[in-house]
Design a protein around this ligand. Sequence first.
Ligand SMILES: CC(C)(COP(=O)(O)OP(=O)(O)OC[C@H]1O[C@@H](n2cnc3c(N)ncnc32)[C@H](O)[C@@H]1OP(=O)(O)O)[C@@H](O)C(=O)NCCC(=O)NCCS
Length: 160
Amino acid sequence: MRQPSDSAWIAPAGGLDAPMIAGLHAETVGDGPWDEGALRHLLESGDGFARVATGRAYGESMPLGFAFARVIADEAELLGIGVLPAARGRGLGGRLLADVLATAGQRGARRIVLEVCHENAAAHRLYTAAGFTRVGTRPGYYATRDGAPADAEVLARALA
Ligand SMILES: CC(C)(COP(=O)(O)OP(=O)(O)OC[C@H]1O[C@@H](n2cnc3c(N)ncnc32)[C@H](O)[C@@H]1OP(=O)(O)O)[C@@H](O)C(=O)NCCC(=O)NCCS
């Protein structure tokens, strides 16, 4: 399934795509509040938007990654981003994030924030490369797989 990310394409997704995005979210990020119902509600609310990356594999096109965010007034929040393990490290996460930043800006956001687990090295690389910096910490905000608490870092960057 490995292939260059430039053979994948990124497109807007809506409420009807909520089951697919929820499946990708569970497979990449894991358990959390973003089940199918919550995603549909977000994407049908008008405040939320999503992007899905699709690539060709085994002669078919299939979803490889997603990102979704919300814009309220002049602030956006990146609520989820994930790329299937076999498609990682080829720039797809960066392309999804760049699309979210551009879309949030077009929707009037002047700043975007997100939360990331302190221990998530891949996500930190992705966000640092995109110009995010740390603006806060939420101690013990996440639980790791073994149940131990892990800090969340709040990152932000300005949008043009
Ligand atoms: C974070 C994630 C979306 C990155 O997707 P991706 O397609 O691999 O991203 P890219 O290929 O664009 O790489 C982005 C950066 O991360 C780095 N990276 C990728 N995998 C990495 C890993 N396992 N460890 C450390 N850095 C890694 C890349 O080298 C790149 O950094 P660089 O530009 O300095 O070289 C992906 O790892 C993922 O889905 N993780 C699980 C879900 C998750 O943690 N989501 C974020 C929650 S806040």
